[in-house]
Design a protein around this ligand. Sequence first.
Ligand SMILES: [Zn+2]
Length: 550
Amino acid sequence: MTDLILTNAAVLTMDPARPEAEAVAVLDGRIRAVGARSEIEPLAHAGTEIVDAGGGTVLPGFVESHLHLVLGGTELAHLQLGGVHGGAALARAALDFAGRHPERPLVMAQGGDYALLGRPMTRHDLDEILPDRPFAITSHDHHTVWANTAALRAAGILNGAETPRGHEVVIGPDGLATGELREFEAFAPVIALGGEARVNLGIATGGEPSPWPSDAERAIDRERIARGLAHSASHGITSMVNMDGNRYTLELLREMQRAGDLTARVRVPFHFKPHMDLSELARAEAMSRDFDDDWLSCNFVKMFMDGVLDSGTAYRLDDYPGQPGWRSEPLFEPARFAEIAIAVDRLGMQIAVHAIGDGAVRCVLDGYEAAQRANGPRDSRHRIEHIELIARSDIPRLAALGVVASLQPPHPPGAMDFPLQPTLDRIGRARWPDAYLWRTLREAGAVLAFASDWPVADVSVLRGLQAALTRRPYDGCADERIGLWPSLHAYTAGGAWAAHREGLFGTLRCGMAADFAILNGRLTDAAPESLGAMAVARTICGGRTTHTAA
Ligand SMILES: [Zn+2]
């Protein structure tokens, strides 16, 4: 029996035993056979659905190894500022959007860059555009929000707020908030004005909504997720590792799974915050026990070790250029992080830590090493997210400890949508050779998983692939591109391995999940500069079509 046959295709299996084929047969959501048309087409019978790929490319469904599904889905409804530069363009975009949404309690914009106005943005700049309505802009990296006076007042933080270390309501010389809000717990009260506090908990505090959301509220939140899932499916994504989380996120996804609305396999972590006690890991254990099937799973813990370079919150080993004495600081004391890493590792769970500065990367590696010393080596596949700066002496430690490098091709300044500045100046020319290493990490033996960090960057895998293949070295630095096949691997099999799911997806061979991304052309013939313009013609997850191009 065969439910579905994909044929007339350039099938790139990512399976070293048979890298290329022409057709695939599917039964009960799994791959039944991969081979030549002459082998596969005879498996069809009266009830078999035949998908003619028209000579296009069939790949394993893309594995998005680091995104924020709920936030991404939510933010699709906000004003998008990608490509907007200068006060006049900002004002035009904001006034137009505000005029079209007079009912919104908060005019929320996404994707602002740190050099939007060519100088630090304040509430007064935003007041000039919208003086009477709460108005806020999230930076593209999601680590800073700029809010106008009405938003700060409505959120109750115009006079400042107590925030945990690393999170800051920046106060000006007049004793009032400047409008710049650094990190999640500083801007959470502003986000809440838009009615989105519930879906922000997974990243802000790792806590659960209380009281538990009503049926109507959960329906609103499921709708946000559905938007995010549809958007991801349109880019060929069939599996994703969500990088913020709580039980509420998983419960919403399970409700969608039961209704037949889940169009991708989703891993959701327990988000461990610095204020938490080790005993809270019991919640992570319960999430891991209760969500453990081919579609929804947990069994991992996410942490943040630092912030980002642009706002000076990434923790580095040397001073920020032009700021003698300022290196930022780790969000977990190294000894405490090691204690947490040992405890999580002992529970058999995976750990993923956001670490952008080289100081943060070193703290995380030290903690993973302590876990290995305490618990003995195991197939843990602990991960480091981003690694934007790394000390040369730490590079071999990833392979030695079996650590996954979770990297984002859209992130290096100049590679895709992010401008060169201010990031390159924040790094400092002397450290450019240590920034955004891909090839160097891979050649040192680290497994790479590629991702977008959506909604931090465009979730498009094909645009990300183009960025990966066309990125130019910074002046005096090595070429860090890894080439087409290793890049595809990092978006498929590498991501599956990094998620402990290489037995389920990431390669096309008999018995694996019937998860496919079908492209409208021959990927291997396309010029790297044109990859982002290729379209995903169809996405199939578990044998079911989740997207077809209009
Ligand atoms: Zn992220």
